[in-house]
Design a protein around this ligand. Structure first.
Ligand code: 6GU
Length: 247
C-alpha cells in the first residue's frame, strides 16, 4: 500500500515511520510512505499558504491555491486514490474504518494546520476523518494514528494476523487485566487463579473481566457486542459475586 501525506511538517513523521513495526513494514515493502510539503506551492517569496478569514475572527485559514496545486500533482504521481482530509469535523475513525482503508492500494492523507481549510479545499476531499472529539493543532498526529492502525490490518505487517483478528475492537470486547511478577507488590496481590495454572479457570477469569471492563468502561461497545451462552453465565457470576460482597 502507498500512502501519500500532504503536510507542512514532513519532518515530524520520520522517527515514527523509521522505527518499530511500521519501520519494518516499510523496509519490507508492504507500505510506502511519500511525504509532500505543500509549502513548496506557496505564494510569493515567503511561500505563503494561509490568510486571514473572510468575515473576520481569530486565526488563519489555509488558502485554496497552494494546497490544491500540490494535491493535483500528488494525484497524478501514481494510481487513483481516495483523498482524505484530516479535520475535527470528519467521520470518526475506528477499527472498522481502518480495515476498510487497508483494502486500498493507495490513499492520500491531507493534514491541515491553523484554523482549518478554505471550504473550497474541503469539497475536493473524498472523505474527512477525525480521530476523536478534541481539537489538535494539526492533522499530522491523526495521520500517524491512521497509518499505524491501517498498516496493522495489512497481512504481514504484524507477526501473526490471527492476533489482529483477536484485537479488542475486532472481537468486540476490551482486553482483560494483566499481571506480572512480583505476585505481591506493596501488599497488593495478584488474583490467585492466575498463579495456580488451571487454564480453563484462567480463561474463564479473563473472559469475565473482559466483559466487566467493557461494561464499565465502554457501555457503548458492550451494548452492540455479541455474547455466547457461556458469556451470559460468566456475567451472571460476576453480578452475584458483587451482590454478595456489597456491605
Ligand atoms: Cl484529524 N485534525 C485535527 N486538527 N484535530 C483533530 C482531528 C484531526 N481529529 C480529532 N481532532
Amino acid at each position: 500500500m502507498r500512502v501519500d501525506i500532504v503536510t507542512l511538517l514532513p519532518g515530524i513523521f520520520e522517527k515514527v515511520f523509521d522505527e518499530s513495526v511500521l519501520g519494518s513494514a516499510i523496509r519490507n515493502g508492504l507500505i510506502e510512505i511519500v511525504l509532500h510539503n505543500f509549502r513548496e506551492y506557496g505564494d510569493g517569496r515567503h511561500r505563503t499558504v494561509d490568510d486571514t478569514p473572510f468575515g473576520g475572527g481569530p486565526g488563519m485559514v489555509l488558502k485554496t491555491g497552494p494546497l490544491i496545486s500540490c494535491l493535483r500533482d500528488v494525484r497524478k504521481a501514481a494510481a487513483p486514490a481516495p483523498v482524505i482530509g484530516l479535520t475535527p469535523q470528519g467521520v470518526p475513525f475506528n477499527q472498522k474504518v481502518a480495515r476498510q482503508l487497508a483494502q486500498f492500494d493507495r490513499i492520500i492523507l491531507v493534514c491541515g494546520r491553523y484554523e482549518g481549510f478554505d471550504e473550497r479545499i474541503v469539497s475536493e476531499f473524498d472523505l474527512q476523518l477525525s480521530i476523536g472529539d478534541y481539537v489538535l493543532t494539526g492533522g499530522e498526529i491523526a495521520a500517524m494514528t491512521i497509518v499505524d492502525a491501517v498498516s496493522r490490518m495489512i497481512p504481514g505487517t504484524v507477526g501473526r494476523q490471527e492476533s489482529v483478528e483477536q484485537d479488542s475492537f475486532f472481537a468486540g470486547l476490551l482486553d482483560h487485566p494483566q499481571y506480572t511478577r512480583p505476585a505481591t507488590w506493596e501488599g497488593k496481590k495478584v488474583p490467585t487463579v492466575l498463579l495456580e495454572g488451571n487454564h480453563a479457570f484462567i480463561d474463564d477469569w479473563r473472559r469475565k473481566y473482559s466483559l466487566l471492563s467493557t461494561a464499565v468502561n465502554r457501555p457503548d461497545v458492550f451494548r452492540v457486542a455479541e455474547f455466547t451462552e457461556k458469556d451470559r453465565n460468566l456475567f451472571q457470576q460476576l453480578l452475584k459475586q458483587n451482590s454478595e460482597t456489597r456491605p
